[in-house]
Write a protein that binds this ligand. Structure first.
Ligand SMILES: [Zn+2]
Length: 239
């Protein structure tokens, strides 16, 4: 937020010089011209003395100011030469309103900066947090693999079709070393948490159970009863 208030232009008087050899464009008299110089001052909530210099010309014979549009080459040359000789002090002073506006801007842009910095930092840290969650989930999956339970959701990388498919365990039979599971028809990415698994009970059609080796399941391999490797277990989720 930059608040712009009306800017006033003031012309600070610097000096007046006589320009003896110059002719008046209005009355054609020579030797009666005076040139005055001014420094441009801008004033709003603050006061700024600029390095811009302007001049006015007055004729002592006809007592008229010569407007800039009537200046001839002589006057113009004289003005430019004299202007070079003048050095002005530039300055900036903030008044009460100016100081208030400056502080308001500092606070405003400061707040925006902090907000952007916060968003930036958050986006640098958030993915790491996710990676940590995933590591934890991998460790937990290894543990869950040792004790399968009906209801466990198992994300399997299937060699056939090279896709990740979610299975749900429906039965565990330790005596005959068999677990039974139903595949969903969903191909999903690896979520970090059980709560992020995009599956409902309706995704697992009853009656479509397939049997897998429980021994191999414990070492996170999916093997059919005919000993054929079907895929690898990526994650196990227990809600
Ligand atoms: Zn004149």
């Amino acid at each position: 937020m930059i608040v712009i208030v009306r800017v006033n232009k003031n012309h600070l008087f610097l000096k007046t010089i006589r320009v003896p050899d110059v002719r008046c464009p209005l009355c054609n008299t020579r030797g009666q011209m005076e040139m005055s110089f001014y420094q441009l001052q801008l004033e709003a909530g603050w006061v700024r003395n600029t390095k811009k210099i302007s001049a006015s010309v007055c004729c002592k014979n006809c007592h008229r100011d010569v407007p800039v549009v009537r200046w001839d080459k002589e006057l113009d040359t004289c003005y430019k030469a004299e202007k070079k000789q003048i050095t002005v002090k530039t300055s900036f002073k903030a008044g009460k309103i100016g100081k208030f506006l400056i502080w308001l801007n500092i606070v405003f842009f400061g707040a925006i900066f902090l907000l952007l910095a916060g968003i930036f930092i958050y986006h640098r840290i958030a993915p790491k947090q996710n990676a940590i969650n995933r590591e934890g989930q991998v460790r937990q999956s290894a543990q869950l693999a040792t004790s399968p339970r009906p209801g466990d959701l198992v994300l399997v990388y299937l060699f056939d079709g090279h896709k990740q498919t979610l299975f749900k365990i429906t039965a565990v039979d330790a005596a005959s070393d068999v677990i039974k599971a139903i595949a969903s028809d969903k191909s999903i990415d690896v979520p970090a948490d059980a709560s992020e698994v995009p599956a409902t009970d309706a995704d697992f059609k009853p009656g479509n159970e397939t049997s897998f080796s429980m021994t191999d399941y414990r070492s996170r391999r999916f093997t059919a009863p005919d000993k054929q490797r079907v895929g690898n277990i990526q994650m196990i989720y227990r809600k």
